[in-house]
Design a protein around this ligand. Structure first.
Ligand SMILES: [Zn+2]
Length: 101
C-alpha cells in the first residue's frame, strides 16, 4: 500500500529504527524523505550568499523500511485498501478499522 506525503510513519530499520516521523516528500514510487530520519552530513562549499560547512540532509528511505502509523489509534499498521462509494481507494487501519485518508 502506498505511502503519501504527510503520513506519519514508524521507521523499521536502520540507525533511526523505532522513530516516528512525518513524510516530507515522495522521491519516487518507493522512496520517501522522512523528517529527521536517515540524516547524512554533507560538506558544502561556500557560495556567494551562503556559508560553507557541514549541512545535514535527510536521505531517502525505502518504503519497506517504513510503516504507516494510524492517526486515530496511534499504532503502526499495514493498512488495508477499501473502495469507497465514489470509486476512490482509501486506506483503513487494521487495528481500529478507521479510515486513514
Ligand atoms: Zn488505527
Amino acid at each position: 500500500m502506498r505511502l503519501k506525503t504527510k503520513d506519519k510513519v514508524l521507521v523499521l530499520s536502520g540507525k533511526d529504527k523505532g522513530k516516528r516521523a512525518e513524510i516530507l516528500k515522495r522521491v519516487d514510487d518507493e522512496h520517501f524523505i522522512v523528517a529527521k530520519v536517515n540524516v547524512v552530513k554533507r560538506h558544502q562549499k561556500p557560495k556567494q550568499n551562503e556559508q560553507g560547512g557541514i549541512v545535514e540532509k535527510e536521505s531517502p528511505m525505502h518504503q519497506s523500511k517504513l510503516m504507516l502509523v494510524c492517526g486515530k489509534c496511534d499504532s503502526a499498521t499495514s493498512p488495508k485498501a477499501q473502495i469507497l462509494k465514489d470509486g476512490t481507494k482509501a486506506r483503513v487501519c487494521r487495528n481500529c478499522n478507521e479510515m486513514i485518508d
